[in-house]
Structures are given as C-alpha cells and as structure tokens.
Design a protein around this ligand. Structure first.
Ligand code: CP3
Length: 353
C-alpha cells in the first residue's frame, strides 16, 4: 500500500537552480552537490560522530539534521543529500546487518534461500519514524536549499544481502541471478518495494528530489541488466512518479548501461568519470538531464588542474538538457574540504556565454 500524494502536489522549491537544472530549464549557474559530501572528509562530521556507531547515528534525528547541514554551510552547495545509508530501510525492518567502519555494510546471514526472503517486507511508516522526523526538521532548516532523499537500487542492495558484505566481482549475486532466476526476481521485487516505499516516505516528509543509487550494477552486461535489473529499478522509481520530484539514477562503471538506466524512469542520469558528458548524452534518450562527472582523484591535484577539468565538464554538459555538476563517485574520506570549497566557488562563478 502506498500513501496517496497530498493534493495539490507542488514542490515549493521547484524554481531553485538545482530543480530547474534537473528539469532541463535554464539557470544562471550550473548547480552542484557532491555525493558523500556529508562524511569523514569533514572534521565537524568526525567530531559529531565520535562515539556513535554509523547506523545508530542514522536513527538519531538531531544528528542526521546536523550532519546533513554541515556541507551545505561549509560549501554553499545547491542541494543537500540526506545523511543516511542505503541499508537503513533494511535495518529498519529488522534485517541483521551492521556498517563496519572502513568496510561498509556487513550482513549476518547472507541470502541463499527462499525462506530468507520472508523478512524482506515493505517498510511501514512506523519503522522509519526517526528518518521522516529528520527530513521534516531538515526542510525547515534548509530553507531554499532542496533536500535529496535516496535509496539503494535492488541490484546494489541485493549484492550486499547475497554476498554478506562488499564485493568486487559480485560472484555470489550473479550465481544466484543466473542459476535461480525465480528466486532472484522475488528478491529484487521485494527490494524494489522497500526502496520505492522508502523514497516515497522521504518525499512525503518533504524531500525535493530523490536519487536511486545502483552503485554496483555496472558489473552487468546490458542484456543482463535489462532482464534481471531494469524491471525492478523501474518499479522502485515508479513509486514516486506521481510526486513533483526529479528522479536521479546513478551507478559506477555504467557506460554501457546509461541509456537503459535512463529508460527505467530517471529524469537525471548520473555519469561516472569514464564517459564524457557529451558522449553520455548520445547514449541517453533525449530530454533527460545528466549529473556528474569529475573523477574524485582530481580533488588531490593542484587547483589549476581540477578547475581546468571542471571547466571541460561544464562545457561538455552543455550538450545535455540540464546539467547538475557532481563528482563521478563519492568524496574520498581523505579529501581536503578546502578543495571542495574552491571547486564549488569555481563552478558557481563559471561564465556561461
Ligand atoms: O553525503 C552523503 O552522501 C551521505 C549519505 C550517504 C552515506 N552512504 C553515508 C555513509 C549516502 C548517499 C550513502 C550511500 C551508499 N552507502 C552507497 C551508494 C553510494 C556510493 O557510494 O556508491 C553505498 C554503496 C553504500 C554502502 C556503504 N556504506 C559503503 C560502501 C560505506 C563506506 C564504508 C567505509 O567505511 O569506507 C558505507 C558507510 C557510510 N555511509 C559512511 C557514510 C558517511 C562512512 C561511515 C562512517 O563515517 O563511519
């Protein structure tokens, strides 16, 4: 059961630079935000998190509000990304998992059989009270800066659940997918309901945009993506289709999948650094915006090196129907925050002629 949209469904920040760019409308600068802008690269984040486990912090509204605000205050980015994690809705419905510092999500009983799917029930509003409370508080705090809600896409969530933790080759996940397609589709279908429901809960609490992270789906061929993943990602994105929010869809190493990832219902397609934006546009159906795509490695180069590359990216982004500047993946924890501040100022000040 999905909660009906309030009436009238109108996003109060729809004229912000970020939301205009997501819809392909003209803006006076290229808006930007950074994936993983809230996190270990910020000393103020490390100070707030001191003594609190990652997952515990995601269920403390005051902490979520403070950590989400930190990069907005420091950099003046055009959007805030909600401080949470892709495994938070799974934790909220009782899946036995943890986030281990320096490793990532670790699942106690990796999924191997149909009986284990029972636990993957839809997320009820009462499961995520602290999250929706944090979204509501943030919307007030952020004022004119839009908040991006997010969820992990079915393939990426399934990878953690099946592997039991981070994986480079996703072997166990692919083995399950290829050898027991019925079990795979049941698993991915349930994860689509969880992800879609969680996105909807964030939007109804006040988030202005959503991003569906399919970080690891670049491990698949286009044909397998279409057969095993696309229908489920489409279902997750369809859960917020009736709401006035742009839907961003991102994965790493997805050059071969960009068109297909747009076709599952994205308004904005996230691009990593491997494909230039003007080439990405040719691979994506017309009318969609793009987001990206500075290689995070540039944050460790002299200012003239990363600003030169940022300028090339802005120029390439002109080929798109809307461009949101971002990194090609998350901010590395060892990044100097001053580099992100200078990059923000450079992108905001870039002359559009
Ligand atoms: O600014 C933001 O983006 C903050 C919100 C955010 C986090 N995780 C916080 C976090 C978001 C959007 C995510 C998404 C996420 N989580 C993804 C998709 C994005 C991507 O990077 O591809 C994935 C695959 C995860 C799973 C996950 N959680 C990983 C790989 C890690 C890092 C492990 C490590 O310690 O290096 C986490 C933990 C995590 N999520 C941290 C943060 C700030 C670090 C934990 C800490 O501070 O102790």
């Amino acid at each position: 059961m999905t909660t009906p949209a309030p009436d009238p469904v109108k996003n109060p920040l729809r004229d912000s630079t970020f939301l205009r760019a997501c819809r392909g409308e003209t803006t006076d600068h290229v808006p930007l935000w950074f994936m993983r802008q809230a996190g270990r690269s910020l000393p103020e984040y490390r100070a707030v998190r001191e003594g609190t486990a990652m997952l515990e912090s995601c269920f403390k509204p005051d902490m979520v509000v403070e950590i989400t605000m930190q990069p907005v205050r420091r950099y003046g980015v055009d959007a805030a990304i909600f401080f949470s994690d892709i495994v938070v809705p799974l934790k909220a419905i009782g899946v036995d998992l943890d986030i281990v510092a320096g490793t990532g999500p670790v699942v106690a009983d990796p999924i191997r059989s149909r009986e284990q799917l029972e636990q993957l029930r839809p997320v009820e509003d009462s499961d995520v009270e602290p999250i929706t409370q944090a979204v509501k508080a943030l919307v007030g705090e952020l004022g004119s800066t839009p908040l991006i809600g997010f969820a992990g896409a079915p393939f990426t969530l399934a990878s953690y659940l099946v592997e039991g933790g981070p994986s480079k080759d996703h072997l166990a996940t692919k083995r399950l997918m290829y050898s027991d397609p019925d079990l795979w589709h049941d698993l991915a279908g349930r994860l689509a309901v969880i992800a879609g429901g969680f996105l909807r809960q964030q939007v109804l609490a006040g988030a202005s945009a959503i991003q569906l992270f399919d970080s690891w789906t670049g491990a698949l061929s286009l044909a397998d993506y279409q057969e095993f993943v696309a229908p489920h990602s489409a279902a997750a994105l369809a859960a917020v289709e009736d709401l006035d929010v742009p839907r961003i869809h991102f994965g790493v190493g997805t050059g071969e999948l960009l068109g297909a990832m747009g076709d599952v219902g994205a308004d904005v397609v996230g691009v990593d650094w491997r494909v230039p934006l003007d080439e990405a546009v040719k691979r994506i159906a017309p009318g969609k915006a793009v987001q990206g795509n500075l290689d995070p490695a540039f944050l460790f180069t002299p200012e003239e090196v990363y600003t030169r590359r940022a300028a090339q990216i802005i120029e390439a982004g002109r080929a798109a129907n809307g461009h949101v500047f971002n990194l090609g993946h998350g901010v590395p924890p060892s990044t100097d925050p001053d580099a992100l501040k200078r990059l923000t100022d450079f992108v905001h000040g870039y002359e559009r002629v």
